[in-house]
Design a protein around this ligand. Structure first.
Ligand code: PEP
Ligand code: MN
Length: 341
């Protein structure tokens, strides 16, 4: 349920309402707007409590949320969310470009790619240390050594970094090295992992499962939000369909659909969706034109020698041309490119 307090409620009223919600076995989540405070009473929906809650002094209105996701819904949080990570901005009003290699292969290459993508306008550097590979014989990433490298490069170049965590037991460790934690498509429904990153104090980038309907994806975001982490970013990265010209099928409609029902920032990963670098610019522009808050793009200094996902990695030069186009489109959309420290 959503409890809307009377305009300019004092803290004592907010505390009293929150205490009553706890007495009912529900968890209060407080969202303080400029004029009004909205409290989400999160737990099993109990419509018979509406009248009871409306009696509490200071409460203006109580609305049951019929959607299965609550904290992710726009009913609970009407304004678009925006997060800052250092100087990097994610969400409302910004277009944010995350870029870098699929996997961290060594320090030199990450430094080279990091410099190139930052100077082209990317404000988050990506790089996988733990790689979810289809074959157990493929390169699985450098692990902890990769985490050390990504932190070092982040520090040297003054750019925040995103990297994937695959195992709930490794969340505490990855959090130490990363500015944004990535949950890969294959783990979108690993609920133990979602709860664990829900307890982390770093934003979570939640990729859509390979065959996940939008509602299930939002329920996965709800797992993270309900565990206490308010900073979730969604990423559409293509889904499985019968079409086999591309690696996956990018569902552009997912962007406006989510924007209507949720306040969470929505990104697109055109690289994994296409599986081919030549299609990345077109999918990127389509995503931003459809309202995406940003993109995640794979870039490699030498894609032919990449240990992972070479065919979809852009060359630094063509990536720089693409960010020029992104900048122009962002302006048309009334947005700014995110700054970077
Ligand atoms: C990745 O971003 O490195 C990745 C493996 O993507 P996905 O989980 O979307 O396949
Ligand atoms: Mn990849």
């Amino acid at each position: 349920m959503i409890i809307i307090l009377k305009a300019q409620s004092e803290q004592t009223i907010i505390d009293a309402v929150a205490a009553r919600i706890r007495e009912l076995g529900l968890t209060p989540h407080i969202s303080q707007g400029e004029y009004r405070t909205i409290i989400g009473a999160i737990g099993e929906e109990q419509p018979h409590l509406v009248e009871y809650l409306e009696e509490i002094p200071g409460v203006e209105r109580v609305i049951p949320i019929m959607k299965p996701y609550k904290l992710a819904s726009r009913d609970f949080h009407p304004d678009d969310s925006v997060y800052s990570i250092g100087d990097t901005m994610i969400g409302e009003g910004y277009v944010t470009v995350m870029a870098g290699p699929c996997a961290i292969e060594n320090e030199e290459m990450l430094m080279e790619v990091g410099k190139a993508v930052k100077s082209a306008g990317a404000s988050v550097l990506r790089g996988g240390a733990f790689k979810p590979r289809t074959s157990p014989y493929s390169f699985q990433g450098l692990g902890i050594e990769g985490l050390r490298i990504v932190r070092q490069v982040s520090h040297a170049l003054k750019i925040p970094v995103i990297t994937e965590v695959m195992d709930p037991r490794e969340v505490d460790m990855v959090v130490e090295f990363a500015d944004i934690i990535q949950i890969g498509a294959r783990n979108m429904q690993n609920y133990n992992l979602l709860q664990e990153v829900g307890r982390a104090r770093k934003p979570v980038f939640l990729k859509r499962g390979l065959a996940a309907p939008i509602k299930e994806w939002l329920m996965s975001a709800e797992y993270i939000l309900s565990a206490g982490n308010e900073r979730v970013i969604l990423c559409e990265r293509g889904i499985r369909t019968f079409s086999d010209e591309t690696r996956f099928t990018l569902e552009i409609a997912a962007i406006p659909i989510i924007k209507e029902v949720s306040h969470l920032p929505v990104f697109v990963d055109p690289s994994h969706a296409a599986g081919r670098r030549d299609l990345v610019p077109a999918l990127t522009m389509a995503a931003i034109a459809a309202g995406a808050d940003g993109v995640m793009i794979e870039v490699h200094n030498c894609p032919d020698k990449a240990r992972c996902d070479g065919p979809q990695a852009m060359f630094p030069e063509t990536f720089a041309e693409l960010t020029g186009s992104i900048r122009r489109l962002a302006e048309i959309m009334g947005k700014k490119m995110s700054p970077v420290g």
